[in-house]
Design a protein around this ligand. Structure first.
Ligand code: ATP
Ligand code: MG
Length: 525
């Protein structure tokens, strides 16, 4: 049963919502509608109400998250506040920000089939649909792999596949490309656009990476402080309002101030010599990685989903040890060094913050490592306070990390490592869920650490984030280093960019000449 085109697929009228136990509304007087065949992009600062809006579309707000609701919503012909979420989910396909919240079964294939089985779809039909959606998302080769053994980007694609297999009328996607390499991010959004064009579904997408999503969207909704601050065709909104004021990084390059090379006299901080690593079930994730990183150096690691970036990072603090080859941290071979000793030197902030947050308050989390390393309680408290201040979470110090947004939890994880001052800081995808202000905060932090003579390794798909620093960039592909050069050099090498799944992060019309020349004219692969 589909509505005729022309009727909105979802509409909100003067909609306000205040979470129980809070004073200020998370959404206030929001009015908008979306029609079949439309793709709406939702952007705005952290805490602006984006996730609340998405939750309200499927009824999680107020059914799972109680609070005071005023106004009206109609989604796929039903009132999401009063229709059981399970019913809403028949029409609304919701993809969470953290794909780990959406893993239902052990293998990729079973996971994607799960929702169809619950609905009692005949077996042959399930097989056909799963096949099709895996093919579309380039996941066919991974079909038999256990989901928990995939890279985070691969998990994100599987979560989307599970939702697409259900043929929803309304797609609701919370940062669906946050862990995808630029090529996959563009393909994925292109796929969503294609679906919206060819059937009468609509999509509501929260995105920070506007360079890929803006050209594909019909509408841009800017949420700020719970209110709809601007709304309209994306280009028009961008011309009309100063996006930065609303916590949005516009997809155009800003000024550049490259970090300097480390001084010749600086010590070698990390030394990797033909590192090979295979996971216990056999996947060869690193296939001969050699590199040297000095004190005071900033190194970005980029490359396609599953290229081995996170596996590489897990080697730097001795969490994984090479199957063959060696990793040395300030001369200590990680095969022989004590893990606690390595942790003092190398602080790793993992891709998924939930893998390293255990304490019940933000402050205790930030104090944990300093205490474990023998700081006196007062010093640990002071170090934690400084770290929380640095990443803009001081106001959250007494909150339970479980109650925070994904972007906030990520900053808690950064503070928990920053607090003990490791000589090498490793950040795996630090910008997931961060608005423009927090991105600038993180970038400033990286610069300060570099200028203080310490080392930073940042693994990222977000080239926009590192662009202004023009760091030394290691490009990974299939467990090997494909290139090692300043980011500006990488961006100007069309062949390299393509083979490494990289895409400049800007709107096509605003790509600087040095960066676009080769891409447009360069030889095809
Ligand atoms: N725990 C694990 N067990 C088995 N295989 C794994 C495990 N973690 C990752 N892999 C596999 O190792 C390869 C490299 O994964 P890794 O997580 O290092 O990639 P990545 O470059 O960080 O990817 P992404 O950009 O998606 O985060 C992939 O083929 C992945 O499926
Ligand atoms: Mg990774």
């Amino acid at each position: 049963m589909r509505e005729p085109r022309g009727q909105p697929a979802a509409s909100f009228e003067d909609f306000s919502f205040t979470y129980s136990g809070t004073d200020s509304p998370a959404l206030e007087g929001v009015t908008f509608s979306i029609h079949p065949g439309e793709l709406a992009l939702v952007a705005g600062s952290s805490g602006g109400g984006k996730s609340t809006l998405l939750r309200a579309m499927i009824g999680l707000v107020p059914q799972m998250y109680p609070g005071e609701l005023v106004g009206r919503a109609l989604v796929a012909g039903a009132d999401p506040a009063r229709t059981p979420v399970r019913e809403m989910a028949r029409h609304v396909g919701y993809v969470f920000q953290d794909p780990e919240n959406q893993i239902f079964a052990s293998t990729v294939e079973e996971d994607v089939a799960f929702g169809l089985e619950v609905r009692g779809i005949p077996r042959e039909e399930i097989v056909r649909r799963v096949e099709e959606v895996l093919g579309r998302l380039g996941l066919s080769e991974l079909r038999g792999r256990p989901v928990h053994e995939l890279s985070d980007g691969q998990k994100q694609l599987v979560a989307l596949a599970g939702v697409l297999a259900l043929d929803p009328r309304i797609l609701v996607l919370d940062e669906p490309t946050s862990m995808l390499d630029p090529h996959n991010a563009r393909e994925m959004l292109g796929l969503v656009r294609g679906l919206v064009d060819s059937s009468d579904i609509c999509a509501v997408v929260v995105e920070h990476r506007l360079g890929f999503s803006m050209p594909l969207a019909d509408e841009l909704l800017v949420l700020h402080g719970g209110r709809l601050a601007a709304r309209g065709p994306p280009r028009e909104v961008m011309e009309r309002v100063e996006l930065r004021a609303f916590g949005i990084s516009p997809p155009i390059p800003g000024p550049r101030h490259p970090v300097p090379d480390p001084p010749q006299s600086s010590r070698v901080a990390l030394e990797l010599d033909s590192v090979h690593y295979a996971y216990p079930e056999g996947t060869e994730a690193l296939a001969g990685v050699s590199m040297e990183v000095r004190e005071g150096e900033l190194v970005a690691v980029v490359g396609h989903n599953g290229s081995g970036k996170t596996t590489l990072v897990r080697h730097l603090n001795g969490l994984l040890r090479p199957s063959s080859g060696s990793v040395r941290v300030f001369g200590r071979d990680t095969r022989r060094a004590d893990v606690a000793d390595l942790a003092r030197l190398v602080g790793v902030v993992f891709q998924n913050p939930d893998h390293q947050i255990f304490e019940e308050t933000v402050e205790r989390e930030a104090m944990f490592a300093p205490l474990a390393m023998g700081f006196a309680p007062e010093d640990a408290r002071r170090a934690a306070a400084a770290a929380m201040e640095r990443v803009g979470i001081s106001h959250l110090s007494l909150r339970n990390p479980v109650s925070l947004s994904g972007g906030e939890r990520k900053r808690v994880a950064v503070a928990s490592v920053l607090s003990y001052g490791p000589r090498i800081l490793v950040l795996d995808e630090p910008t997931v869920g961060q608005d423009a202000r927090n991105r600038e905060l993180l970038r400033g932090l990286i610069e300060d650490i570099i200028y203080s003579g310490r080392t930073v390794i940042v693994v990222t798909h977000d080239l926009d984030f590192i662009w202004s620093l023009d760091p030394r960039t290691i490009v990974m592909r299939s467990g090997r280093i494909l290139a090692d050069a300043r980011l500006s050099r990488v961006l100007s090498d069309g062949v390299l960019m393509e083979s490494a799944h990289l895409v400049p992060p800007w709107l096509p019309s605003s790509i600087p000449e040095e960066e676009s020349a080769q891409r447009v004219n360069g030889p095809a692969r």
